[in-house]
Design a protein around this ligand. Structure first.
Ligand code: DP6
Length: 326
């Protein structure tokens, strides 16, 4: 029998319009559509090997054997792959990240995007990009957006069949840079999965969802027309609306640290100085400071002046998930 093994590389993505809350938690059908771009330079490389001789699924990340909830999540995902292929084999999964995990840089997005592409190829499934996006969504919602290339929109749909992401502009369409200001490298206390389940407890979630089409449309057009002003205003509003929902959930989720607030108060001031820059945050305290390529050095210098920033990771608009030779 041929070796049932494949390796894939994926980037995380940063959402400009956020996914927060599900219509269906098991299938990760989101309450609202979202828009993101892939982050080049930050990579997850995953090798999956299936073998009839294996007695259990195994997972290692960055050379460390994982046995906690991370393994449980990968096992449930591999179960889907086994059902789809009709092959009941266990798998060994080995993954390497070149950026810190669980600090709000969506490591689960790159992880499940790479796992979807590697596992389906290893077991001999031939899937279209849309099918891969739907599959990745089952592992982590935002992972469906790391499958296609460049600037991506996730159509929320209402079922497993019609909830997937698609590219609407290639990576070279617009030279945006994401300067990720790392405020802490500590693991977050409440992860996204638990957070999505709390979204409906906030009285603000209904208003946030009702206004989503407008924000999606403004951001989609701002990207297509390379209109930074329009993008900046809507991206900050969308991030603030999601964090308002988080902070007013029961129990409340407050991800911000003092340095987070210093950054988000500074960025609009810099924009008033004619620097093309805006901020957005995921479920964590780190701030994604997005700017035009021509402003990268200025923004980097300004971030250096803010106390409490531990590191700044730099990413541009990246490719989708692809198979690689190891
Ligand atoms: C705040 O995709 O990480 O980053 O489906 O439970 O894995 P799970 O959640 P996840 O949620 C991402 C939430 C977010 C916003 C976003 O990326 O759109």
């Amino acid at each position: 029998m041929p070796l049932l093994s494949a390796t894939a590389a994926a980037c995380p993505n940063i959402a400009l319009i956020k996914y927060w809350g599900n219509k269906d938690h098991e299938f990760r059908i989101p309450e609202n559509g979202s828009i993101s771009f892939n982050l080049s330079g930050l990579a997850t490389k995953t090798t999956v090997t299936f073998d009839p001789a294996f007695e259990e699924d195994r997972l290692s990340i960055n050379d460390e054997v994982i046995e906690d909830s991370g393994l449980k999540r990968v096992k449930s995902f591999l179960k889907i792959i086994r059902q789809m292929s009709g092959k009941p084999y266990f798998a060994h999964v080995t993954s390497q990240n070149n950026y810190p995990m669980s600090v709000g840089i969506a490591s689960s997005a790159a992880a499940f995007a790479a796992l979807s592409v590697a596992a389906s190829a290893a077991i001999g499934l031939t899937l279209s990009e849309r099918e891969l996006s739907r599959l990745a969504r089952r592992g982590s919602g935002s992972a469906c957006r790391s499958i296609p290339s460049g600037f991506v929109e996730w159509y929320p749909g209402n079922s497993d069949q019609n909830s997937y992401a698609e590219s609407f502009a290639s990576p070279d369409h617009w030279d945006l840079t994401d300067l990720i200001a790392v405020v802490t490298k500590k693991h977050k206390s409440v992860g996204s999965t638990a957070g999505h389940a709390l979204a409906h407890t906030s009285p603000l979630q209904t208003a946030r969802i009702a206004d989503t089409q407008r924000r999606l449309s403004v951001v989609r057009h701002a990207i297509l027309n390379k209109d930074f002003e329009a993008l900046a205003e809507m991206v900050e509003l969308d991030s603030n609306m999601m964090h308002a929902v988080m902070m007013t959930s029961n129990p409340p989720l407050v991800y911000w640290e003092p340095t987070t607030i210093s950054i988000i108060k500074s960025v609009p001031i810099w924009r008033n100085e004619n620097i093309h820059v805006c901020y957005t945050m995921d479920a964590g305290p780190n701030v994604h400071v997005i700017c035009l390529k021509e402003d990268v050095q200025t923004v980097q210098a300004k971030l250096k002046e803010i106390p409490g920033i531990q590191d700044v990771l730099i990413a541009n608009v990246g490719q989708g998930t692809r198979l690689i030779t190891d």
